[in-house]
Design a protein around this ligand. Structure first.
Ligand code: PLP
Length: 321
């Protein structure tokens, strides 16, 4: 370090480091789902540290990380034990594909997940994140029906407003038109049914003479589930491969399912030979109170997609190393 550098007070060094970061962000960082012009005009908060549910930015301001880094860091920030285990793994073996080979962490995690998963769900296919998990489940559903000798079953049904990721196939399942219009045409085969926001039930077309209360909510749940049956019949059961649903539908406001909804959906899927995929990219690993949220709501899906809190952000989700 030179004498001139030593003479600079610490806070001015910090502010020039901050300015440097802001400039680099402005010049090179393309942010996700963000208005780039805001970054360019006002700069961006730079988060540098976390402890439990608190995070700090580069200016020392603290925040409550209420979304857990977008539903990822369920175990909280700053857990030394997790960091040490990740470091040990990196020292031992950085990466290896699960392609004709395996390694202990992939085998053990698959075993653990199979143990935690409900019913007979006992095979784990690792991918790199939630969108790719949804994409993979879509592909698996199509291939499953091909292997069953029913190759025309390829369409997928999901709820309007629901978010299921941004790869081209997952976008076919995501029910938010504004997130897709730039990339149209996306993978064909995605069909939408009304979402289960009870407070918008009238707008969705639900009509009831039952008094406001639990009975009416249950009736709405059955009504919403029956829209899935209607769509299967409209498109033709021989063309529908799977229904993708989040246990608690996050996008638009976090809607828990109305009572009876998933039980009726399960019945419908069984009746028409359609796979039920529980998209638990947000809801798994304790967020709803159980390892898998389908357990909370009492239904058994044919596939579960999960990611995020599986590693709590302490390592990339695919144990491919
Ligand atoms: N599915 C659901 C229900 C999600 O909430 C998300 C992301 O928030 C995804 C899929 C996509 O996951 P990722 O961002 O890891 O690709």
């Amino acid at each position: 370090m030179t004498i001139t550098e030593q003479a600079v007070p610490a806070d001015s060094t910090a502010s020039s480091a901050e300015q440097d970061l802001q400039q680099k962000a402005k010049d090179h960082l393309w942010m996700h789902f963000s208005r780039q012009s805001v970054l360019e005009e006002h700069g961006v908060p730079v988060i540098v540290r976390g402890e439990g549910h608190t995070i700090w930015d580069s200016k020392g301001k603290s925040y409550l990380d209420g979304l857990s880094g977008l539903f990822v860091v369920n175990a909280g920030h700053g857990r030394r034990r997790l960091a040490e285990v990740a470091a040990k793994q990196a020292e031992q073996l950085a990466f290896f594909p699960i392609w004709s080979y395996a390694h202990p962490s992939a085998i053990e995690l698959a075993d653990k997940l199979a143990d935690l998963a409900p019913g007979d769900l006992n095979r784990v296919f690792f991918s790199t994140g939630g969108g790719e998990a949804v994409e993979t489940a879509f592909k698996l559903a199509k291939y499953y029906w091909k292997l069953q000798g029913r190759p025309t079953k390829h369409k997928v049904i999901s709820r309007a407003v629901a978010y299921h990721g941004t790869p081209q196939g997952a976008l076919a399942i995501t029910g938010i038109p504004a997130m897709k219009e730039m990339f149209e045409p996306v993978t064909p085969g995605g069909f939408r049914v009304p979402n289960t926001n009870y407070y918008r039930s009238a707008e969705l077309g639900f009509v009831s003479s039952t008094q406001e209360g639990p009975e009416r909510e249950r009736e709405f749940g059955l009504w919403a589930a029956n829209r899935i049956e209607e769509m299967i019949l409209f498109e033709g059961p021989e063309t529908v491969a799977a229904v993708f649903l989040e246990p608690v539908q996050n996008s638009g406001g976090c809607f828990p399912p109305p009572a009876g909804y998933f039980q009726r959906v399960r019945e419908i899927c069984d009746k028409y030979d359609v796979l039920l995929v529980s998209d638990e990219v947000i809801c798994a690993f304790g967020r709803i109170g159980n390892w898998f949220a389908c357990d909370t709501y009492g239904y058994l899906p044919d596939m579960i997609t999960c990611a995020k809190a599986m590693t709590s952000g302490y390592s990339p989700s695919a144990p491919r190393s």
